[in-house]
Design a protein around this ligand. Structure first.
Ligand code: AMP
Ligand code: MG
Length: 693
C-alpha cells in the first residue's frame, strides 16, 4: 500500500442505546458522526455501515465481531454511548475483551480534548484498540461530545488504520513524523515554537535544541523579578530530584520590598457588625462611632453631701466677683434624700437641703452640692434614725459646685471612636462605647489563621517515649499558635502533614476553605521534598508573590495568595505564608511578615511591630552577607535608656534564641562586630523589661 495515493478508508458507526434501538428516530449521534467523517476526515472516509444496538454486552460484541472478523473488515469502528457510570453503561466492558491491542494514546487524545471543554470529561470511560485489522474506539453517547471526541483523533486515525490493516510501517514512516503530520494537516507542538518547549523531555536523547545545561522550566530570576508572572517558578516535583533547581529561581527581595508586596496583595479588610463586649478587643472601627446619649444623662453629684440652692443673687455676684459665691453658712432643714438609684424627682427650694450620694441625681431646683465633710449634724428625728437639720460650714458655695452637668463627660453626637482606631485591651474604648449606649458597631473582621506543620520527620510534641532516629518534635505549631493568639487572632490547629504532594494539596485545600490565612512551616528550602511552592503554584493555582528574602533567619520565606470560592460562591483571595521549618526562623518571620499581613487584613495601622531605638549592651557579631534579625532582651535602665542584650546563639534551629526575647534587633550585614554602645533599631515583640531597682 502506498501513501502517495491516499487510500479510502471504511468506517462503521455503532450507536449503543436501548432507547434508540427501540426508536431509531431518537438517535442524533449517527448523523453527527457522519458529519465529522465528511467534514473533518480529509476526504478519506466512507461510512459504509451503521447500526443501533441496545445497551447489552452481547449485542454490542456480536455487532463488532460481525464487522471486525469479516474477511473484508471495515478499517474503523466507532461506537457511541454506554461509556458513562450509569448501571446500563457497558460499552467499554463489551469492547475491552474483544481488543487484541489496546490504544491508550487515542483514549488520552480524546480525554484531553474533552477536558478542554468540560471537567466532566473525567466521567467518560473511553477505550480504544485494535481487533484483527480494525481500529475500534468508543465515543460518548451525547452527539456533541461524540463529535468532539472523534474530531480530536480523526486526523491521526488514517495512519493507525493503515498500520492495523497491515501497511508496512517502514513505508508509512518513510517521510518521518513531519510528513505524517503534514499529511494529516497537523502541526506538532515542537514545530510551532522553538523556544517554548513547555513539555519536559522524558527521553534520554540529547536535546534536539542543543542545550547543554540543565533544562530550565522557568525564566531565570533576573529575567522575571516581579510577582506578576503567571508561570510557576517552582520545581515540578513529578520530575524528581535530578530535575529540580539547584539554586532558587525566586528573586531575592529586601525585607521592605517583601512587606510592600504583602501590603499590596493581602485582601482588604471587610467590615462586620460586632457587639460591644469583651471580645471586641483588638478590633478596628470601620466607621466613626457617635455617642448615642449624653453622659451623664442627668445632673449628678460628684460627692457625698448635701444638695443646696444657691440663690440667684449669689449667681450674679459670682459673675462679677469671681470666687465669692453664696454664704450658705447656717443650719438648714433636710427635706429629702437622693441616692444613686432610679428615683422620683423632688423639688428643692431655697433654704432647704437634701442629702445626696455620689452619682445621684440632683433634686429639681438644686444647683450645687456641699461635701459631707463641710457639714455637721444639727438635729435628728425623735427616734434618732434620720437627720432633721444640718449645719453648713462651707463658705462661698457657687452654683455648679460638685455637679456633673448633663453631657459634660460625653456630649450626645460626639465621636467616641474614629474609623481606624483600635479597641485596646486596656478597657478604655469598650468603657467609652458602653457609657454612651453603643451596643454594636462596624469593625473590620479579623482574619482567622490556621497553622500547619509539614515534614515526614515531625511528630506531636507530646509524643510519649523516646524519639525514633530522625524524628523531631513539632515545635512550630505550638509556638506559632501561641504567637497568633497573643496577637489577638483566632487560630486553628491544622495538624502535621507529611511531605507528600497529594496529602499536602488536600490539606491545604480544606484549610483554605476554613481559614483566611494559612501558616505552614517547613518544605520551602531547596530540598527535593520541599513541596510548598510547587503545590501552591501548580496544584492550587496560587500566585507566589515572593519566595526568597534577603534576611537571616528566614531566607526562604514565601508569601502567596490563592483564589478560592467562599461559602457564598464568591471568588475571594486567601493567603498562605510558607515559613521556613527551623523554629527560630518560623517565629521571626511570623513577627516580621505574618503579623503585618494580619494587621493589614484587619485594618490595624500602622501595621507590624513598633520600632524603637536601643543601645547595644555588648558587642554583637554580624552576619557577613545578610541583614540579621537578632533576638534580644530590651530593658530600660533607671536613666530611661533602652539597652539590648543578645539571647545567645542565633542559629535558626535554636528556638531558645526566642526565649525571653522581646525584640528583634535590625542588624546590618557586615564583617566587623557592632560595638557596645551602638544605637540600632529594635522591633518590639513584647513589653520592655525594667532594670531599675
Ligand atoms: P525544612 O524547611 O522542611 O527543610 O526544615 C528545616 C529544618 O526545620 C529541618 O531540620 C526540620 O526538621 C526542621 N523543622 C521543620 N518543621 C519543624 C517543626 N514543626 N518543628 C521543629 N522542627 C521543624
Ligand atoms: Mg521538611
Amino acid at each position: 500500500m502506498s501513501l502517495s495515493k491516499p487510500a479510502s478508508l471504511r468506517a462503521a458507526i455503532l450507536v449503543v442505546s436501548t432507547t434508540a434501538a427501540q426508536d431509531p428516530s431518537t438517535d442524533a449521534a449517527e448523523a453527527a458522526l457522519r458529519e465529522v467523517f465528511d467534514q473533518d476526515g480529509g476526504g478519506r472516509w466512507t461510512v459504509s455501515e451503521a447500526k443501533i444496538v441496545s445497551d447489552v454486552v452481547t449485542h454490542i460484541q456480536q455487532q463488532i465481531m460481525l464487522w471486525a472478523d469479516d474477511a473484508d473488515p471495515v478499517n474503523l469502528i466507532v461506537t457511541s454511548g454506554g461509556t458513562g457510570f450509569a448501571v446500563e453503561d457497558h460499552t467499554p466492558e463489551a469492547v475491552i475483551p474483544l481488543l487484541h491491542k489496546q490504544a491508550p494514546g487515542l483514549v488520552h487524545g480524546m480525554l484531553a480534548a474533552s477536558l478542554a471543554v468540560t471537567p466532566f470529561a473525567v466521567m467518560s470511560r473511553p477505550v480504544a484498540g485494535v481487533r484483527n485489522k480494525t481500529v475500534i474506539i468508543t465515543l460518548p453517547g451525547s452527539p456533541k461530545a461524540a463529535k468532539e471526541n472523534l474530531q480530536a483523533v480523526i486526523k491521526t486515525l488514517p495512519h493507525a488504520c493503515l498500520q492495523a490493516a497491515g501497511a508496512s510501517s517502514r513505508a508509512l514512516h518513510s517521510g518521518g513524523v513531519k510528513k505524517l503530520e503534514q499529511e494529516a494537516g497537523m502541526a506538532s507542538p515542537q514545530a510551532k515554537t522553538h523556544s517554548s518547549h513547555s513539555r519536559p523531555h522524558h527521553h534520554h536523547h540529547h536535546c534536539p535544541h542543543g542545550h547543554q545545561a540543565p533544562i530550565r522550566h522557568t525564566p531565570t530570576p533576573a529575567a522575571s523579578s516581579t510577582s506578576t508572572s503567571t508561570e510557576p517558578k517552582s520545581n515540578d516535583p513529578s520530575l524528581g530530584p535530578t530535575r529540580r533547581h539547584r539554586s532558587s529561581p525566586y528573586p531575592m527581595l529586601s525585607v521592605s520590598d517583601a512587606l510592600s508586596l504583602i501590603a499590596q496583595h493581602v485582601p482588604k479588610p471587610t467590615p462586620i457588625l460586632h457587639k460591644v463586649d469583651p471580645s471586641l478587643v483588638g478590633y478596628v472601627a470601620a466607621e466613626d462611632v457617635h455617642a448615642a446619649e449624653d453622659v451623664p444623662a442627668f445632673r449628678a453629684s460628684i460627692v457625698d453631701g448635701y444638695a443646696v440652692v444657691v440663690p440667684d443673687a449669689a449667681l450674679g455676684e459670682e459673675q462679677s466677683e469671681a470666687g465669692a459665691g453664696a454664704d450658705l453658712k447656717g443650719v438648714w432643714p433636710v427635706v429629702g434624700v437622693s441616692h444613686a438609684s432610679p428615683t422620683e424627682e423632688f423639688e428643692l427650694k431655697e433654704g432647704q437641703v437634701a442629702r445626696i450620694t455620689t452619682g445621684a441625681a440632683l433634686p429639681r431646683g438644686a444647683n450645687a452640692v456641699v461635701m459631707v465633710e463641710d457639714t455637721v449634724l444639727a438635729a435628728q428625728t425623735e427616734d434618732g434614725t434620720e437627720e432633721k437639720e444640718v449645719g453648713i460650714l462651707a463658705e462661698g458655695v457657687k452654683a455648679g459646685d460638685n455637679v456633673r452637668e448633663v453631657g459634660s463627660d460625653v456630649r450626645k453626637g460626639e465621636i467616641v471612636l474614629r474609623k481606624g482606631e483600635r479597641v485596646s485591651s486596656g478597657g478604655g474604648e469598650i468603657g467609652l462605647l458602653a457609657s454612651v449606649g453603643i451596643k454594636e458597631l462596624m469593625v473590620y473582621a479579623k482574619p482567622v489563621v490556621g497553622v500547619l506543620s509539614t515534614g515526614d520527620e515531625i511528630v506531636e510534641h507530646d509524643k510519649e517515649g523516646d524519639l525514633r532516629l530522625g524524628e523531631v518534635r513539632d515545635i512550630n505549631r505550638p509556638s506559632l499558635m501561641a504567637a497568633v493568639r497573643q496577637c489577638g487572632y483566632d487560630v486553628i490547629d491544622l495538624g502535621i502533614v507529611k511531605d507528600k504532594a497529594r496529602t499536602l494539596e488536600e490539606k491545604l485545600r480544606v484549610a483554605l476553605r476554613e481559614v483566611d490565612v494559612v501558616i505552614t512551616t517547613g518544605g520551602v528550602s531547596m530540598g527535593e521534598l520541599d513541596l510548598l511552592k510547587p503545590t501552591i503554584e501548580r496544584s492550587l493555582g496560587g500566585t507566589i508573590h515572593f519566595g526568597r528574602v534577603n534576611m537571616k533567619p528566614g531566607k526562604p520565606t514565601t508569601f502567596a495568595t490563592v483564589p478560592v470560592k467562599n461559602n457564598a460562591g464568591e471568588r475571594v483571595s486567601k493567603v498562605i505564608f510558607a515559613l521556613p521549618g527551623n523554629p527560630a526562623s518560623a517565629l521571626v518571620t511570623f513577627h516580621l511578615f505574618v503579623l503585618p499581613a494580619l494587621h493589614h487584613m484587619s485594618g490595624v495601622s500602622p501595621p507590624g511591630l513598633p520600632k524603637v531605638p536601643v543601645t547595644l549592651a555588648h558587642d554583637f557579631v554580624l552576619d557577613k552577607a545578610r541583614p540579621e534579625y537578632h533576638r534580644a532582651v530590651v530593658s530600660i535602665g533607671s536613666d530611661g535608656r533602652l539597652t539590648a542584650s543578645s539571647t545567645g546563639s542565633q542559629r535558626s534551629s535554636r528556638v531558645g534564641s526566642m526565649k525571653q526575647a522581646n525584640a528583634l534587633l535590625c542588624m546590618p550585614s557586615g564583617s566587623e562586630p557592632l560595638r557596645k554602645g551602638t544605637r540600632v533599631e529594635a522591633l518590639l515583640m513584647g513589653n520592655i523589661q525594667s532594670n531599675a531597682q
